[in-house]
Design a protein around this ligand. Structure first.
Ligand code: CP
Length: 270
């Protein structure tokens, strides 16, 4: 399958949100909603390699589940410590090898640009399942659909507040890219000084602060992220129920997970 990207070209790899046009994303969402409860044989005989150099629960398992539900199979390299990577194999050699055994590869890797490196040598599609603090486009497919569904099938006119480790959070960067394409969206970036969203990619209509109180009452979407200790961040924060009670009734609260203690469990709804 080829992806229709932002420049109107068809591309083989999904490395960034920019590789997907709005029409393509809408088609994915429509198909996903229509077929979410159906098993099929549409991927019978197809093999996906899950190649994960970093831990994952959701991303690796969701690809496994989707492939299995559609009749396909997965080669699970979910912990490269038990692969030939520990013997010094390069990313490129691993990709070339696995491309001879599979029809597509989902890659998670700690380095920004690793998915692009993999795509340069891969004859089969590479799907970026998170590259360092770079991007996480498949998470954005899910986050975008959540916002779209909760906003009357629309992604315009939103006040979106991101809070947490905005320096290292790749899901935030991909979601900002997507929402920046739509009309009249305002972005609030709330973080301590050392975890600020990178200034070179700040969208127009941005507001930065270290106090959630500055924006919480006018927020439509509150997107909370974890502090990424594995990338050297050292900070703790936890929203309280009192703070969250200042959200307006229609606001939604999202978190890409895993959650540590950023949102109190008591706030969860069934
Ligand atoms: N949201 C997300 O990427 O979760 P995992 O790290 O568990 O895959």
């Amino acid at each position: 399958m080829y992806i229709n990207n932002l420049k109107g070209k068809y591309v083989q790899h999904l490395l960034s949100v920019d590789d997907m046009s709005e029409d393509f994303i809408l088609e994915i969402w429509t198909n996903a909603l229509k077929n979410k409860d159906t098993n099929s044989t549409s991927l019978t005989g197809k093999i996906l390699t899950n190649l994960f150099y970093e831990p994952s629960t959701r991303t690796s398992s969701s690809f496994y589940s989707a492939m299995t539900k559609k009749g396909g199979s997965v080669i699970p390299i979910n912990n490269v410590k038990f692969s030939s990577v520990t013997k010094g194999e390069t990313l490129e050699d691993t990709i070339i090898t696995m491309s001879t055994m599979s029809d597509s590869i989902v890659l998670r890797h700690p380095e920004v640009g690793s998915a692009e490196r993999a795509a340069k040598v891969s004859p089969v599609p590479i799907i970026n399942g998170g590259d360092g603090d770079g991007e996480h486009p498949t998470q954005t497919l899910l986050d975008g659909l959540t916002i779209y569904s909760n906003n009357n099938n629309n992604l315009d006119n939103l006040n979106v507040t991101f809070i947490g480790d905005l320096k290292n959070g790749r899901t935030v960067k991909s979601l900002v890219k997507l929402l920046s394409r739509y009309k009249n969206n305002n972005f609030n970036f709330i973080s301590p000084d050392n975890l600020r969203y990178p200034s070179d990619i700040l969208p127009i209509n941005s507001f930065e602060s270290d106090k959630i109180e500055d924006v919480i009452s006018k927020t439509d979407v509150l997107y909370v992220t974890r502090v990424q200790k594995e990338r050297g961040s050292d900070h703790n924060y936890a929203l309280t129920e009192v703070t969250l009670s200042k959200l307006n009734d229609k606001a939604i609260v999202m978190h890409p997970l895993p959650r540590v203690n950023e949102i109190p469990k008591e706030f969860d709804k069934e």
